[in-house]
Design a binder for this molecule. Structure first.
Ligand SMILES: [Fe+2]
Ligand SMILES: [Fe+2]
Length: 409
Protein backbone atom coordinates (compact mmCIF):
# COMPACT_ATOMS: atom_id res chain seq x y z
CA UNK A 1 0.00 0.00 0.00
CA UNK A 2 1.30 3.48 -0.80
CA UNK A 3 1.94 5.78 2.19
CA UNK A 4 -0.94 8.02 1.03
CA UNK A 5 -3.45 5.16 1.03
CA UNK A 6 -2.03 3.87 4.32
CA UNK A 7 -2.59 7.26 5.96
CA UNK A 8 -6.16 7.61 4.67
CA UNK A 9 -7.00 4.09 5.83
CA UNK A 10 -5.51 4.77 9.24
CA UNK A 11 -7.46 8.03 9.41
CA UNK A 12 -10.70 6.20 8.54
CA UNK A 13 -9.90 3.59 11.15
CA UNK A 14 -9.38 6.29 13.75
CA UNK A 15 -12.69 7.93 12.82
CA UNK A 16 -14.47 4.59 13.18
CA UNK A 17 -12.85 4.01 16.54
CA UNK A 18 -14.01 7.43 17.70
CA UNK A 19 -17.61 6.37 17.29
CA UNK A 20 -17.01 3.57 19.79
CA UNK A 21 -14.75 5.10 22.40
CA UNK A 22 -14.76 8.47 24.11
CA UNK A 23 -11.76 10.80 24.21
CA UNK A 24 -8.97 9.44 26.38
CA UNK A 25 -9.89 5.78 25.89
CA UNK A 26 -6.71 3.82 25.10
CA UNK A 27 -8.18 2.21 21.95
CA UNK A 28 -9.06 5.61 20.58
CA UNK A 29 -5.66 7.07 21.45
CA UNK A 30 -3.91 4.11 19.81
CA UNK A 31 -5.89 4.55 16.60
CA UNK A 32 -4.93 8.24 16.51
CA UNK A 33 -1.30 7.30 17.19
CA UNK A 34 -1.37 4.94 14.22
CA UNK A 35 -2.91 7.56 11.95
CA UNK A 36 -0.26 10.05 13.08
CA UNK A 37 2.54 7.57 12.38
CA UNK A 38 1.14 6.87 8.92
CA UNK A 39 0.91 10.59 8.28
CA UNK A 40 4.51 11.17 9.37
CA UNK A 41 5.63 8.45 6.99
CA UNK A 42 3.67 10.02 4.16
CA UNK A 43 5.11 13.46 4.92
CA UNK A 44 8.64 12.05 4.81
CA UNK A 45 8.06 11.48 1.10
CA UNK A 46 5.56 14.16 0.39
CA UNK A 47 5.62 17.08 2.82
CA UNK A 48 2.46 18.83 1.54
CA UNK A 49 -0.03 16.28 0.27
CA UNK A 50 -3.38 17.52 -0.99
CA UNK A 51 -6.30 15.11 -1.12
CA UNK A 52 -9.63 15.58 -2.88
CA UNK A 53 -12.59 13.35 -2.10
CA UNK A 54 -14.91 13.24 -5.03
CA UNK A 55 -17.67 10.68 -5.35
CA UNK A 56 -16.08 7.27 -5.00
CA UNK A 57 -12.67 8.61 -5.88
CA UNK A 58 -9.72 10.02 -4.04
CA UNK A 59 -7.20 12.25 -5.75
CA UNK A 60 -3.72 12.92 -4.46
CA UNK A 61 -2.86 16.23 -6.07
CA UNK A 62 -4.38 15.63 -9.46
CA UNK A 63 -3.77 11.92 -9.70
CA UNK A 64 -6.43 9.42 -8.66
CA UNK A 65 -5.34 6.92 -6.03
CA UNK A 66 -6.17 3.74 -7.88
CA UNK A 67 -5.95 1.57 -4.77
CA UNK A 68 -8.68 3.65 -3.13
CA UNK A 69 -11.14 3.48 -5.99
CA UNK A 70 -14.68 3.16 -4.65
CA UNK A 71 -13.36 3.90 -1.17
CA UNK A 72 -16.49 4.14 0.96
CA UNK A 73 -15.09 6.99 3.06
CA UNK A 74 -14.65 9.32 0.12
CA UNK A 75 -18.35 10.18 -0.38
CA UNK A 76 -18.81 10.22 3.39
CA UNK A 77 -16.07 12.79 3.94
CA UNK A 78 -17.27 14.83 0.98
CA UNK A 79 -20.78 14.94 2.38
CA UNK A 80 -19.44 16.11 5.70
CA UNK A 81 -17.92 19.11 3.93
CA UNK A 82 -14.42 17.66 3.74
CA UNK A 83 -13.93 17.45 0.04
CA UNK A 84 -10.38 18.66 0.20
CA UNK A 85 -7.71 18.05 2.79
CA UNK A 86 -4.38 19.84 2.58
CA UNK A 87 -1.39 19.39 4.83
CA UNK A 88 0.71 22.49 4.81
CA UNK A 89 3.60 21.35 6.93
CA UNK A 90 4.50 18.71 9.48
CA UNK A 91 1.39 17.89 11.46
CA UNK A 92 1.69 17.35 15.20
CA UNK A 93 -0.28 14.62 16.91
CA UNK A 94 -2.36 17.26 18.70
CA UNK A 95 -3.25 18.90 15.40
CA UNK A 96 -4.29 15.59 13.94
CA UNK A 97 -6.32 14.79 17.03
CA UNK A 98 -8.13 18.13 16.80
CA UNK A 99 -8.78 17.67 13.10
CA UNK A 100 -10.12 14.15 13.59
CA UNK A 101 -12.41 15.40 16.34
CA UNK A 102 -13.75 18.10 14.01
CA UNK A 103 -14.17 15.60 11.17
CA UNK A 104 -15.90 13.19 13.52
CA UNK A 105 -18.35 15.88 14.60
CA UNK A 106 -19.13 16.69 11.01
CA UNK A 107 -19.60 13.05 10.11
CA UNK A 108 -21.91 12.66 13.06
CA UNK A 109 -23.90 15.52 11.57
CA UNK A 110 -23.48 17.75 14.53
CA UNK A 111 -21.93 20.08 12.06
CA UNK A 112 -20.32 23.05 13.69
CA UNK A 113 -21.15 26.39 12.19
CA UNK A 114 -18.56 28.55 10.52
CA UNK A 115 -18.28 30.95 13.45
CA UNK A 116 -17.21 28.06 15.63
CA UNK A 117 -14.65 26.96 13.13
CA UNK A 118 -13.03 30.29 12.76
CA UNK A 119 -11.60 30.29 16.23
CA UNK A 120 -10.08 26.89 15.60
CA UNK A 121 -6.54 26.44 16.84
CA UNK A 122 -3.67 27.20 14.44
CA UNK A 123 -2.84 24.03 12.60
CA UNK A 124 -1.11 22.76 9.53
CA UNK A 125 -4.24 20.99 8.42
CA UNK A 126 -6.64 22.78 6.12
CA UNK A 127 -9.81 21.32 4.83
CA UNK A 128 -13.03 22.41 3.25
CA UNK A 129 -15.36 22.28 0.34
CA UNK A 130 -14.04 21.81 -3.12
CA UNK A 131 -13.83 24.54 -5.63
CA UNK A 132 -11.63 26.03 -2.96
CA UNK A 133 -8.04 26.54 -3.82
CA UNK A 134 -5.66 27.49 -1.09
CA UNK A 135 -3.77 30.65 -1.81
CA UNK A 136 -0.13 29.76 -2.37
CA UNK A 137 0.07 26.90 0.06
CA UNK A 138 2.40 27.48 2.93
CA UNK A 139 2.28 31.24 2.68
CA UNK A 140 0.07 31.56 5.71
CA UNK A 141 0.67 28.29 7.38
CA UNK A 142 -1.04 29.41 10.54
CA UNK A 143 -4.44 29.68 8.88
CA UNK A 144 -6.85 27.47 10.72
CA UNK A 145 -8.44 25.83 7.75
CA UNK A 146 -10.08 26.47 4.47
CA UNK A 147 -13.23 28.06 5.69
CA UNK A 148 -16.50 27.52 3.99
CA UNK A 149 -17.42 31.19 4.03
CA UNK A 150 -15.75 31.88 0.71
CA UNK A 151 -15.70 29.68 -2.30
CA UNK A 152 -12.84 30.51 -4.53
CA UNK A 153 -13.03 29.12 -8.02
CA UNK A 154 -9.71 29.02 -9.69
CA UNK A 155 -8.71 27.45 -12.95
CA UNK A 156 -5.02 28.34 -12.72
CA UNK A 157 -3.87 24.73 -12.46
CA UNK A 158 -6.06 23.63 -15.33
CA UNK A 159 -4.73 26.39 -17.60
CA UNK A 160 -1.21 25.31 -16.78
CA UNK A 161 -2.10 21.67 -17.30
CA UNK A 162 -3.63 22.06 -20.72
CA UNK A 163 -0.81 24.37 -21.91
CA UNK A 164 1.70 21.75 -20.82
CA UNK A 165 -0.28 18.98 -22.49
CA UNK A 166 -0.41 20.92 -25.79
CA UNK A 167 3.35 21.56 -25.52
CA UNK A 168 4.08 17.86 -25.07
CA UNK A 169 2.03 16.98 -28.13
CA UNK A 170 3.70 19.75 -30.14
CA UNK A 171 7.12 18.41 -29.18
CA UNK A 172 6.08 14.97 -30.39
CA UNK A 173 6.04 13.39 -26.93
CA UNK A 174 2.47 12.23 -27.35
CA UNK A 175 -0.68 12.80 -25.37
CA UNK A 176 -0.51 12.48 -21.59
CA UNK A 177 -3.76 10.80 -20.70
CA UNK A 178 -3.34 11.10 -16.94
CA UNK A 179 -2.97 14.85 -17.20
CA UNK A 180 -6.06 15.12 -19.41
CA UNK A 181 -8.04 13.03 -16.94
CA UNK A 182 -6.79 15.10 -14.04
CA UNK A 183 -7.80 18.36 -15.72
CA UNK A 184 -11.30 17.08 -16.37
CA UNK A 185 -11.68 15.79 -12.82
CA UNK A 186 -10.53 19.07 -11.48
CA UNK A 187 -12.93 21.02 -13.73
CA UNK A 188 -15.68 18.81 -12.46
CA UNK A 189 -14.67 19.67 -8.91
CA UNK A 190 -14.72 23.39 -9.73
CA UNK A 191 -18.21 23.04 -11.21
CA UNK A 192 -19.72 21.22 -8.26
CA UNK A 193 -19.59 23.60 -5.37
CA UNK A 194 -21.09 22.85 -2.01
CA UNK A 195 -24.65 23.83 -2.72
CA UNK A 196 -24.60 25.32 -6.15
CA UNK A 197 -23.48 24.32 -9.58
CA UNK A 198 -21.26 26.63 -11.59
CA UNK A 199 -20.17 26.86 -15.19
CA UNK A 200 -16.77 28.59 -15.01
CA UNK A 201 -15.79 30.01 -18.39
CA UNK A 202 -12.52 31.71 -19.16
CA UNK A 203 -12.36 35.04 -20.93
CA UNK A 204 -9.65 35.45 -23.49
CA UNK A 205 -7.06 38.18 -23.01
CA UNK A 206 -4.41 37.48 -25.63
CA UNK A 207 -5.24 35.83 -28.91
CA UNK A 208 -2.48 33.26 -28.57
CA UNK A 209 -4.22 31.89 -25.49
CA UNK A 210 -7.27 30.96 -27.52
CA UNK A 211 -6.64 27.24 -27.88
CA UNK A 212 -6.02 26.88 -24.14
CA UNK A 213 -9.06 28.86 -22.96
CA UNK A 214 -11.25 27.40 -25.68
CA UNK A 215 -10.29 23.79 -24.83
CA UNK A 216 -11.15 24.30 -21.16
CA UNK A 217 -14.39 26.13 -21.94
CA UNK A 218 -15.56 23.47 -24.37
CA UNK A 219 -14.75 20.77 -21.79
CA UNK A 220 -16.76 22.65 -19.13
CA UNK A 221 -19.73 23.31 -21.42
CA UNK A 222 -19.75 19.73 -22.70
CA UNK A 223 -19.74 18.35 -19.16
CA UNK A 224 -22.50 20.73 -18.11
CA UNK A 225 -24.63 19.73 -21.10
CA UNK A 226 -23.96 16.02 -20.59
CA UNK A 227 -24.97 16.38 -16.96
CA UNK A 228 -28.03 18.43 -17.88
CA UNK A 229 -29.04 15.63 -20.26
CA UNK A 230 -28.87 13.22 -17.35
CA UNK A 231 -25.70 11.27 -18.14
CA UNK A 232 -23.85 9.62 -15.26
CA UNK A 233 -20.55 10.93 -13.81
CA UNK A 234 -18.37 8.53 -15.78
CA UNK A 235 -19.89 9.46 -19.11
CA UNK A 236 -19.82 13.12 -18.19
CA UNK A 237 -16.07 12.87 -17.65
CA UNK A 238 -15.52 10.86 -20.83
CA UNK A 239 -17.40 13.53 -22.78
CA UNK A 240 -15.39 16.17 -20.91
CA UNK A 241 -12.11 14.63 -22.06
CA UNK A 242 -13.45 14.57 -25.63
CA UNK A 243 -14.36 18.27 -25.27
CA UNK A 244 -10.96 19.09 -23.82
CA UNK A 245 -9.13 17.37 -26.69
CA UNK A 246 -11.45 18.23 -29.60
CA UNK A 247 -9.05 20.77 -31.13
CA UNK A 248 -5.82 18.93 -30.32
CA UNK A 249 -4.99 18.82 -34.05
CA UNK A 250 -4.53 22.61 -33.91
CA UNK A 251 -1.07 22.07 -32.43
CA UNK A 252 -0.09 21.53 -36.08
CA UNK A 253 -1.64 24.80 -37.28
CA UNK A 254 0.77 27.78 -37.23
CA UNK A 255 -0.25 30.60 -34.88
CA UNK A 256 -0.22 33.10 -37.77
CA UNK A 257 -3.02 31.20 -39.41
CA UNK A 258 -5.00 30.63 -36.21
CA UNK A 259 -4.82 34.31 -35.29
CA UNK A 260 -4.92 35.88 -38.72
CA UNK A 261 -7.12 38.96 -38.62
CA UNK A 262 -8.15 38.92 -42.27
CA UNK A 263 -9.58 36.41 -44.68
CA UNK A 264 -7.80 33.09 -44.99
CA UNK A 265 -6.35 32.06 -48.32
CA UNK A 266 -7.42 28.78 -49.86
CA UNK A 267 -4.18 27.18 -48.74
CA UNK A 268 -4.56 28.43 -45.17
CA UNK A 269 -8.08 27.08 -45.06
CA UNK A 270 -6.77 23.70 -46.13
CA UNK A 271 -4.33 23.75 -43.20
CA UNK A 272 -7.17 24.54 -40.77
CA UNK A 273 -9.35 21.84 -42.30
CA UNK A 274 -6.73 19.26 -41.39
CA UNK A 275 -7.05 19.75 -37.63
CA UNK A 276 -9.90 17.25 -37.08
CA UNK A 277 -8.12 14.34 -38.74
CA UNK A 278 -4.75 15.36 -37.25
CA UNK A 279 -6.31 15.50 -33.80
CA UNK A 280 -7.96 12.10 -34.18
CA UNK A 281 -4.66 10.62 -35.36
CA UNK A 282 -2.65 12.10 -32.47
CA UNK A 283 -5.16 10.78 -29.94
CA UNK A 284 -5.30 7.29 -31.41
CA UNK A 285 -1.56 7.02 -31.79
CA UNK A 286 -1.04 7.99 -28.16
CA UNK A 287 -3.97 6.43 -26.35
CA UNK A 288 -5.96 3.57 -27.77
CA UNK A 289 -8.60 3.74 -25.12
CA UNK A 290 -9.52 7.30 -26.02
CA UNK A 291 -11.50 6.18 -29.03
CA UNK A 292 -14.45 8.43 -28.21
CA UNK A 293 -12.22 11.50 -27.96
CA UNK A 294 -10.68 10.55 -31.32
CA UNK A 295 -14.13 10.27 -32.91
CA UNK A 296 -15.14 13.65 -31.49
CA UNK A 297 -11.90 15.28 -32.66
CA UNK A 298 -12.67 13.95 -36.14
CA UNK A 299 -16.37 14.82 -36.24
CA UNK A 300 -16.78 18.10 -34.38
CA UNK A 301 -17.01 20.25 -37.53
CA UNK A 302 -19.38 17.93 -39.41
CA UNK A 303 -22.88 19.31 -39.77
CA UNK A 304 -26.04 17.27 -39.46
CA UNK A 305 -26.86 18.00 -43.11
CA UNK A 306 -23.54 16.48 -44.10
CA UNK A 307 -21.74 19.79 -44.66
CA UNK A 308 -18.71 21.03 -42.75
CA UNK A 309 -15.42 19.20 -42.70
CA UNK A 310 -13.80 16.69 -43.13
CA UNK A 311 -16.04 15.90 -46.10
CA UNK A 312 -18.02 12.71 -45.70
CA UNK A 313 -17.80 10.36 -48.63
CA UNK A 314 -20.88 8.53 -47.39
CA UNK A 315 -23.54 10.35 -45.44
CA UNK A 316 -23.89 9.11 -41.88
CA UNK A 317 -24.79 10.52 -38.51
CA UNK A 318 -22.13 11.53 -36.01
CA UNK A 319 -21.74 10.25 -32.46
CA UNK A 320 -23.88 12.09 -29.92
CA UNK A 321 -20.70 13.20 -28.11
CA UNK A 322 -19.58 14.90 -31.33
CA UNK A 323 -22.97 16.58 -31.61
CA UNK A 324 -22.65 17.87 -28.06
CA UNK A 325 -19.14 19.15 -28.56
CA UNK A 326 -20.10 20.73 -31.89
CA UNK A 327 -22.71 22.94 -30.21
CA UNK A 328 -20.45 23.84 -27.27
CA UNK A 329 -17.57 24.54 -29.64
CA UNK A 330 -19.55 27.00 -31.75
CA UNK A 331 -21.05 28.70 -28.70
CA UNK A 332 -17.65 29.26 -27.10
CA UNK A 333 -16.09 30.41 -30.37
CA UNK A 334 -18.85 32.99 -30.86
CA UNK A 335 -18.72 34.38 -27.32
CA UNK A 336 -14.96 34.88 -27.62
CA UNK A 337 -13.26 37.88 -29.20
CA UNK A 338 -11.31 36.83 -32.24
CA UNK A 339 -8.80 38.82 -34.31
CA UNK A 340 -11.41 39.08 -37.05
CA UNK A 341 -14.51 39.92 -34.99
CA UNK A 342 -15.72 41.06 -31.59
CA UNK A 343 -17.13 38.68 -28.99
CA UNK A 344 -20.84 38.08 -29.31
CA UNK A 345 -23.10 38.52 -26.31
CA UNK A 346 -24.29 35.14 -25.01
CA UNK A 347 -27.88 35.73 -26.11
CA UNK A 348 -26.86 36.43 -29.68
CA UNK A 349 -24.71 33.29 -29.75
CA UNK A 350 -27.63 31.26 -28.38
CA UNK A 351 -29.84 32.69 -31.14
CA UNK A 352 -27.34 31.43 -33.68
CA UNK A 353 -27.37 27.95 -32.11
CA UNK A 354 -31.18 27.97 -32.22
CA UNK A 355 -31.15 28.98 -35.86
CA UNK A 356 -28.74 26.17 -36.68
CA UNK A 357 -30.76 23.51 -34.84
CA UNK A 358 -31.64 20.99 -37.51
CA UNK A 359 -29.41 21.72 -40.47
CA UNK A 360 -26.16 22.31 -38.60
CA UNK A 361 -26.66 20.97 -35.10
CA UNK A 362 -28.56 17.99 -33.78
CA UNK A 363 -31.91 19.59 -33.07
CA UNK A 364 -32.55 18.10 -29.66
CA UNK A 365 -29.03 18.69 -28.40
CA UNK A 366 -28.97 22.29 -29.67
CA UNK A 367 -32.35 23.09 -28.13
CA UNK A 368 -31.36 21.48 -24.84
CA UNK A 369 -28.13 23.48 -24.81
CA UNK A 370 -30.03 26.75 -25.31
CA UNK A 371 -32.49 25.78 -22.59
CA UNK A 372 -29.63 24.93 -20.23
CA UNK A 373 -27.73 28.17 -20.85
CA UNK A 374 -30.86 30.24 -20.30
CA UNK A 375 -31.84 28.39 -17.17
CA UNK A 376 -28.32 28.48 -15.77
CA UNK A 377 -27.41 31.93 -17.02
CA UNK A 378 -26.71 33.05 -13.47
CA UNK A 379 -24.42 30.11 -12.90
CA UNK A 380 -21.97 31.11 -15.60
CA UNK A 381 -18.88 32.51 -13.91
CA UNK A 382 -16.63 34.49 -16.23
CA UNK A 383 -13.02 34.20 -15.20
CA UNK A 384 -10.12 36.13 -16.61
CA UNK A 385 -7.25 33.95 -17.77
CA UNK A 386 -4.78 36.18 -15.91
CA UNK A 387 -6.74 36.00 -12.71
CA UNK A 388 -8.65 32.80 -13.05
CA UNK A 389 -10.00 32.96 -9.54
CA UNK A 390 -13.45 33.97 -8.55
CA UNK A 391 -14.36 34.69 -4.99
CA UNK A 392 -17.97 34.03 -4.18
CA UNK A 393 -19.30 35.11 -0.88
CA UNK A 394 -21.22 32.07 0.20
CA UNK A 395 -22.87 34.11 2.92
CA UNK A 396 -24.81 36.14 0.38
CA UNK A 397 -28.08 34.56 -0.67
CA UNK A 398 -27.91 32.35 -3.69
CA UNK A 399 -29.90 34.14 -6.38
CA UNK A 400 -30.34 30.89 -8.23
CA UNK A 401 -33.30 28.93 -7.13
CA UNK A 402 -32.88 25.45 -8.65
CA UNK A 403 -30.35 23.37 -6.78
CA UNK A 404 -28.40 20.61 -8.44
CA UNK A 405 -28.23 20.16 -12.19
CA UNK A 406 -31.13 18.20 -13.57
CA UNK A 407 -32.20 16.80 -16.84
CA UNK A 408 -34.83 18.92 -18.51
CA UNK A 409 -38.39 17.97 -17.72
FE1 LIG B 1 -12.12 22.56 -34.24
FE1 LIG C 1 -13.00 24.20 -31.31
Amino acid sequence: MTPAAAFLNAMAQALSTMTLYAAGHPARERAIDRAHEALSELQDDLPNPRFTFLGGEVLLGRVPLRELQHWAWSPRLAEAGIQRLELLDRVSRDDLDAFLEEAYQRLAETRIDTAGLRQGRPSNIRYGEVGIRGEAAGEESTSEELVTATLSYSLGDEIEGISWLHGEVKEGRGLQLLEAEAIVRSLSVAMHGDQSYLIPLLQLKEYDQYTVTHSLNVAVLTMALAEFLGLGPREVRTFGIAGLLHDLGKVNVPEEILNKPGRLTEQERRVIFRHPSDGARIILESQHDLDLAAVVAYEHHIRVDGGGYPALRYRRSCHSASNLVHVCDVFDALRTRRPYREAWPAERALGMIEAGAGPEFDREIAETFVQMMRRWEGRVADLSIDEPTLELDAASPDPLAPEAPRAPA
